[in-house]
Design a protein around this ligand. Structure first.
Ligand SMILES: C[S@@+](CC[C@H](N)C(=O)[O-])C[C@H]1O[C@@H](n2cnc3c(N)ncnc32)[C@H](O)[C@@H]1O
Length: 475
């Protein structure tokens, strides 16, 4: 699929591939918040559904596994001698061989090397990470950006999350700030931390600026107290790993100017994109989940009166869908599954006949009685009766309540295909336990999946909570 490069665009794909085609010295500010090794399993919510298979929906932290891909990547990075981090990765290999951290640091070294090339000479980069990885990543950043260009280790402090009695509760993330060289744009303008009373106020309560205090407040130091997104925050979109807008607005204001181009190569649900657009910057966002990119347009830009951004790298019609199915079948799977709000892809790519995605619905409003949906996708042309039978067997074997078969072509004979599953009754409504969804019908029905499938209202597959937001459809 041909990809068009332009500011104010969202790209679907691995940022490694997308950024490889960007010109040198192109971006003014890069903010990246790559997958963390949170060890947080988002599949807990499926436990109550009775589903036998473990869905492993982990919001794409599979770069944290040590597997054959990691071994190949480490070899590749070590041999890429133009990348100054190749020696760091070779050193890590001696120190932490075949480890999750070696997998992750080699993955980041490949991508950070490209980010250095595409960053302008006056540009800055903020790498968001946690205290488990920050010291390893700092060595990689020192190698690629140069230790002279290290500017700050910003500590973002928050209160949210659990507590423990075994050690001090861990309540901060780290953001490593580097410039491309000594001439980076930086504004000390993001003040706004009010002076306390013990600073010089006159009797009327005004700060005595003649004493040298800035009327807008104190300068912000390198530790920032900004609330994390709580479970009831109005800006919360239910996307795992969403970061607060205030955090990214501070970064954008400090290290870019109006009209600058800001890149987030791991855009998620678009905190950087909203912060940048609201402050008059141009943006590019990349994510490996098309669902995330659609969230950005629906919930970040449209409600703020900002024109939704074109999404590149996703099919736009049957021809491009067919092409994607043929050339990159796993990308086709992820894309099709993401078209239906509330379904999540299986990050373990399984090939033919395996389960490609999961969803769930709540049988009762108390959120306790969860039922699982499994999804199978095929990009092959023609009748998919055999795939239907396989899905039927998988629903039974895995104790799912429902199955969805996604195909390219409409399955005209599907009404006559036999199965032995019971319909699902909820109140007055009955739902077919196995349903077909085709890309052909999707385009024929103006991209409205609800015209093709009749599903109970789905829960967020990461949190298990009912999806509250009005479901909007792709424009
Ligand atoms: C920690 S989240 C980013 C969250 C984001 N800061 C926000 O506030 O929503 C990391 C994101 O990176 C995406 N991702 C993982 N690997 C990727 C890759 N190779 N290329 C592009 N995006 C990737 C994931 O889908 C996920 O949305």
């Amino acid at each position: 699929m041909n990809i068009r490069f332009a500011p104010n665009t969202l790209y679907y794909g691995d940022c490694l591939d997308i950024m490889a085609d960007f010109p040198d010295n192109y971006i003014d500010l890069i903010c990246l918040d790559p997958p963390f090794n949170s060890d947080e399993k988002y599949n807990k919510v499926f436990k109550d559904s009775g589903l036998l298979i473990d869905p492993q929906i982990k919001a794409f932290d599979d770069v944290w596994l040590w597997d054959n891909t990691s071994a190949e990547r480490v070899e590749h990075v070590k041999n890429a001698v133009a990348n100054p981090a190749s020696k760091v990765i070779a050193g890590f290999e001696g120190f932490i061989p075949q480890s999750k951290m070696l997998s992750y640091t080699s993955y980041m070294a490949e991508r950070l090397f490209i980010m250095h090339r595409i960053l302008k000479d006056t540009g800055s980069i903020y790498l968001h990470c946690d205290p488990y990885a920050s010291h390893y990543l700092k060595l990689v950043m020192d190698a690629i950006f140069g230790e002279n260009n290290f500017r700050n280790e910003i500590v973002w402090c928050y209160h949210a999350g659990g507590a423990t009695k075994k050690h001090f509760p861990k309540k901060h993330d780290i953001l490593l700030l580097y410039g491309k060289n000594a001439n980076v744009s930086y504004h000390d303008a993001p003040r706004g931390i009010p002076y306390r009373d013990f600073y010089a106020y006159d009797k009327k309560g005004n700060i005595q600026t003649d004493k040298g205090y800035h009327p807008d407040g104190k300068m912000v130091p390198d530790w920032w107290e900004i609330s994390a997104i709580s479970s009831v925050a109005s800006e919360r979109l239910g996307y795992p790993t969403q970061k607060p807008l205030a955090l990214y607005e501070r970064i954008i204001k400090a290290s870019s100017n109006a009209g600058d181009l800001v890149l987030d190569p791991f855009a998620g649900c678009g905190t950087t994109i909203e912060a940048a657009k609201k402050n008059g910057r141009d943006v590019i966002g990349i994510d490996i989940l098309p669902f995330a990119l659609r969230l950005i347009n629906r919930y970040r830009l449209a409600p703020n009166g900002i024109t939704p951004l074109p999404i590149e790298g996703v099919p736009v019609d049957m021809d491009t869908a067919r092409q994607l199915a043929k050339t990159v079948p796993f990308k086709f799977q992820d894309w099709t599954i993401s078209l239906i709000d509330g379904l999540a892809s299986n990050p373990q790519k399984v090939g033919d006949d395996g389960i490609d995605g999961f969803g769930m619905f709540l049988n009762k409003p108390d959120n306790m009685d969860r039922k699982a949906i499994i999804v199978q996708v095929t990009g092959a042309s023609g009748s998919q009766k055999a795939k239907f039978d396989r899905l039927h067997a998988n629903i039974r074997n895995e104790n799912a309540a429902m199955g969805i078969l996604i195909t390219l072509d409409a399955q005209t004979a599907q009404r006559n295909w036999k199965h032995t599953l019971n319909p699902i009754r909820m109140g007055e409504t009955t739902y077919a336990p196995i349903q077909c969804f085709s890309i052909e019908e999707y385009y024929r029905n103006n991209k409205r999946w609800d015209q093709i499938l009749t599903l109970p209202s789905l829960a967020n597959p990461w949190t298990g909570k009912q999806i509250q937001q009005k479901i909007l459809f792709e424009e």
